[in-house]
Design a protein. Structure first.
Length: 505
């Protein structure tokens, strides 16, 4: 096997060497033919193919050298014969000179094309490496997206989209577009996308996230004054429990909202400049969305605003969306087909169909700040878990609820609210009126406390803190077994003070 591979490489190397030597071989052969033919024959014009052969297999400088050798050879042979056809010889010499110059231009074009293709491949590879490999749906949204890089010589741009799972069964929808093309735009896109995911993991409200991202973009612009950094951005947070979607935009086209049985419409969002301007407070817009509503997020490359007005472009997208009951992939293909061919801007489309968490999959209780509350919360959570048929998760949930409610009673202020949300995971939330959050630490051997959050962290798939105007929420997300295995054990939800009614965090 190794011997065959070595022989194949040797044959390939020999072939490449032969191809590279071809212009010199033809030059020598044509020169010999020129010497032995009568002066009046036109075999010397065969030399004109030599520079073009060189342009096909060599770089600019070597092509120019071979072209100069071609002209010098014909001039030396033709003018040394002292025949009567000097004018004809000069005309042929001029023709060979023009052919050599044209071959050099062809070689330059080939070199430039290789550089552009390499830069575009690097930018495309960088962009594809920085973008999410796939956008999968979950309990909150069904997802479908399309992306096409520009076909221009400028290379790919800085478009990106993302779907990020948040706490409390919520999901964030992201659409951004960095100004410009090439490696710089793709790298800037990667930096912004990483920052968005980091800020989203902190559970910041959309307006605060936009403000921090705007500050970061302004800092990036200050670090590199030779480049103009600009990016439009749209950030939306959908809550499947409350059925609301909160949006904030920085110079980005508004999303289309297609409700079941209705026509698509565009919500009026607060207008803000693109990211990087700095110093602009952002405001949000909240929409109520029924289950089955389709949200269409897209970049301005889809609108082709150079050849039509904004209103006409948005109307075309709205017409391509309906009706909402169609398969999402079919709707996405119809919207994506509106993209102009041969555009010099990337086209990105993200479609989501929202889902709702059923009321019987949410349970909430409010407790006073006294020492009996942890036990009452543990008992309520245990009843609810058994009613949901999650018998194997009862013990772990009891430990989580006991620790979180105990911390709230000891260190926080009322009201204390426990909420359980059952989707493809189990979310346990404890909200209180304090702005201070507990921190996990590794207790020493003789420490009497500090082990509660460590145990919670071991039991949870992930956990964290979410702040709001009235306090904070400590949330814990636990993995659940496959839904098919749970079906046999499902039952009606148990009673509780606020069962089936989600309280605002």
């Amino acid at each position: 096997m190794g011997t065959a591979s070595t022989a194949s490489r040797a044959d390939t190397g020999m072939l490449l060497t032969t191809v590279r030597l071809l212009p010199f071989v033809v030059l020598v052969a044509a020169g010999a033919l020129l010497v032995v033919t009568p002066p009046g024959d036109h075999y010397g014009l065969l030399l004109s193919i030599v520079p073009f052969l060189a342009a096909a297999v060599h770089g600019v400088y070597l092509t120019a050298l071979i072209g100069a050798l071609t002209v010098a050879l014909y001039a030396g042979v033709g003018l040394s014969r002292h025949d009567d056809d000097v004018d004809v010889t000069l005309v042929k010499l001029a023709f060979l000179t023009a052919a050599s110059a044209t071959a050099v231009l062809f070689s330059q074009a080939r070199a430039r094309e290789r550089r552009l293709n390499k830069a575009q491949d690097v930018a495309l590879g960088l962009q594809q490496g920085l973008m999410p490999g796939s956008l999968n749906g979950n309990h909150a949204v069904e997802v479908c997206h399309r992306y096409a890089p520009t076909d221009s010589e400028a290379g790919v741009g800085g478009d990106w989209c993302d779907v990020i799972r948040l706490s409390g069964a919520r999901v964030a929808l992201v659409m951004g577009d960095v100004v410009g093309h090439g490696v710089h735009a793709a790298a800037t896109m990667g930096r912004l996308r990483t920052a968005v995911r980091t800020l989203a993991d902190l559970d910041l409200p959309p307006d605060e996230l936009m403000s921090r991202l705007d500050d970061m973009a302004a800092q990036l612009a200050e670090e590199d004054e030779t480049r103009d950094l600009g990016a439009t951005f749209l950030f939306a947070v959908y809550d499947p429990v409350l059925g609301t979607c909160t949006l904030a935009s920085a110079g980005h086209p508004p999303p289309a909202v297609l409700r079941p049985g209705a026509v698509a419409e565009y919500p009026r969002l607060a207008e803000h400049p693109p990211l990087g301007i700095g110093g602009t407070p952002f405001t949000t817009t909240t929409l109520d969305l029924a289950e089955g509503t389709v949200l269409a997020l897209f970049t301005d490359g889809l609108l082709d605003l150079r050849h039509r007005t904004t209103d006409a472009a948005l109307a075309g997208v709205a017409a391509a969306l309906g009706p909402a009951e169609r398969p999402l992939a079919e709707i996405c293909d119809d919207v994506y087909s509106l993209a102009p061919s041969g555009s010099d801007d990337d086209v990105t489309v993200l479609l989501v169909r929202v889902r709702a968490v059923q009321a019987d999959h949410v349970a909430a209780w409010e407790f006073p700040a006294d020492e009996r509350s942890p036990g009452e919360a543990r008992a309520a959570a245990s009843r609810q878990m058994r009613a949901w048929g999650l018998f194997d998760e009862v013990f772990a949930t009891e430990l989580v609820v006991t620790e979180l409610v105990t911390n709230a009673v000891r260190h926080a202020s009322p009201p204390i609210v426990l909420r359980l949300i059952r989707t493809d995971t189990l979310v346990c939330e404890v909200s209180d009126g304090s702005g201070t959050a507990p921190h996990m630490r590794l207790p020493r051997l003789l420490d009497e406390g500090g082990r509660g959050l460590f145990i919670v962290g071991r039991l949870a798939r992930r956990w964290g803190t979410r702040y709001c105007d009235t306090g904070k929420t400590i949330w814990v997300e636990q993995a659940l077994p496959d839904p098919a295995k749970q079906a046999a054990g499902r039952a009606a939800p148990a009673g509780g003070p606020l069962d089936g009614h989600a309280l605002p965090p």
